[in-house]
Design a protein around this ligand. Structure first.
Ligand SMILES: Cc1cc2nc3c(=O)[nH]c(=O)nc-3n(C[C@H](O)[C@H](O)[C@H](O)COP(=O)(O)OP(=O)(O)OC[C@H]3O[C@@H](n4cnc5c(N)ncnc54)[C@H](O)[C@@H]3O)c2cc1C
Length: 405
């Protein structure tokens, strides 16, 4: 068993001041009502240019974001390198109805991030949100909307959807494919992995399809493109098996990041409003069961998929550690990586690193306005409804006590 309770190791890279700030922030996030109000009012306040950027910068932004630019994030990346922790660089652009100019700008930014990552010793991956490269309306049109019975994003089904688009939409789809292809090609040549983030269910099918098309092309000899599977969805075990099958059929490396999922409340609210059955499991226990089933399948499967366990859950992390040790004795070596969000679960990250596991922090960067949706999700996740802030806060307090601060 790994010991995740060593707070000295976990917070070694944090100064006393930083630790006290974290204690204050996680303490505040215990108040659900405050988080609810904050997540509601902050986007509005920014829209009317109410001066709250300074407060956000000193609190949520400092805790969860690397900096406003790649250059500003460099000290954080170097600090993590000293602790043998790598980073998944996340250019925090997402969602919205923009134009080609904006999407091409995002494309250029992603290319810059890949080039930057290739110069760092500890930046093996970058993450990409497809909604930063294309209109969400288009993605919504291409969704299969199979909320009750699982449907895989087969070529046939997706081509039927694509053929039903009008000519300007087809043009937009081809541009999206081209942008994604340029990103994956650059990444492949630079030795950097691309993680395609999973987003909301009503746009996820085309995201999965693009990722599968890119995996077929770029994962022939090594894992370049990683899909993300959200196990709070009740149909994702079936999706995982179908994706693995696709990799066998087309002869490529199955590479996947597994998460529980970040949009639970939004998903449930939409399903209720539009009167369809929710795609999200009705309770946490079922999510945990599916997540751990996935770890079991992916760590033990003979094809040895490239697996990223992206979680703050101690039990799941421990399970992956235990099962990976079992797999070491088998022929094909498992490619296992762990990851936690920057600013969360340092006790997992730094204790895993000190035991020699491959582990990273998911590190977003970007101007405040662009990372707001991300920050609001972190505040929600860390309020006591869904996440495990209590655990986080307890460990921070323990370390403060140990340091006498
Ligand atoms: C490296 C990294 C990359 C990520 N990329 C993505 C991504 O691409 N897409 C994405 O959506 N998220 C992504 N996430 C966020 C991730 O989904 C959340 O951090 C995660 O859900 C928190 O769960 P946990 O595994 O840390 O464990 P826990 O704290 O054990 O679980 C909390 C999660 O369980 C689920 N849950 C809680 N209560 C219930 C309930 N009553 N019913 C059903 N489900 C419930 C929710 O998903 C909740 O977030 C990423 C996280 C990391 C670390």
């Amino acid at each position: 068993m790994l010991n995740f309770n060593d707070t000295q190791k976990a917070f070694a890279y944090k100064s006393d001041e930083e630790l006290k700030k974290a204690r204050f922030l996680f303490g505040l996030m215990q108040y659900n009502a405050l988080v609810k109000l904050g997540t509601l009012l902050t986007p509005l306040a920014l829209k009317i240019k109410f001066p709250i950027k300074g407060i956000i910068r000193k609190t949520l932004f400092q805790q969860f974001v690397g900096g406003a630019s790649l250059e500003e994030s460099s000290p954080v990346i170097s600090n993590l390198e000293k602790e043998k922790v790598s980073v998944i660089l996340d250019y925090g652009v997402e969602g919205g109805e923009y134009n080609d100019e904006k999407y091409d700008h995002s494309l250029n930014e992603f290319i810059k991030v890949i080039r930057f990552a290739s110069t760092k010793k500890n930046a093996p991956f970058i993450s990409v949100k497809i909604t930063g490269l294309s209109s969400t309306n288009l993605l919504e049109k291409l969704n299969l909307n199979a909320y009750e019975h699982f449907e895989f994003v087969s070529d046939q089904k997706m081509n039927e959807k694509i053929n039903a688009l009008d000519s300007s939409e087809k043009d937009a789809w081809n541009k999206l494919l081209k942008r994604t292809d340029i990103i994956c090609d650059t990444a492949s040549q630079s030795g950097v992995g691309i993680m395609i983030d999973a987003e909301e269910t009503w746009i996820q099918d085309p995201i999965d399809y693009i990722t599968i098309l890119m995996s077929r092309k770029y994962n022939k000899n090594k894992a370049v493109v990683y899909n993300t599977i959200q196990f709070y969805r009740h149909d994702r075990i079936a999706f995982m098996h179908a994706s693995n099958q696709d990799s066998v059929q087309h002869g490529y490396q199955f590479a996947v990041k597994i998460v529980r999922g970040a949009y639970m409340e939004k998903e449930r609210a939409r399903a209720q409003k539009l009167n369809y059955s929710s795609p999200i499991h009705s309770d946490k226990k079922s999510v945990d069961y599916d997540y751990d089933q996935a770890i079991e399948f992916l760590t033990q499967h003979e094809s040895a998929p490239s697996l990223i366990v992206a979680s703050h859950n101690e039990k799941s992390t421990q399970l992956a550690v235990t099962l990976s040790q079992k797999k070491e004795t088998a022929d094909k070596q498992l490619k296992l990586h762990f990851s936690q969000l920057y600013g969360m679960s340092d006790h997992l990250t730094f204790n895993l690193a000190s035991e020699g596991y491959d582990v990273s922090k998911y590190l977003p960067f970007g101007p405040i306005e662009e990372v707001i949706p991300y920050l609001m999700r972190r505040a929600q996740e860390n309020s006591s409804v869904a996440g495990q802030t209590n655990r986080e806060l307890t460990l921070i307090k323990e370390e403060c006590k140990r340091r006498g601060i």
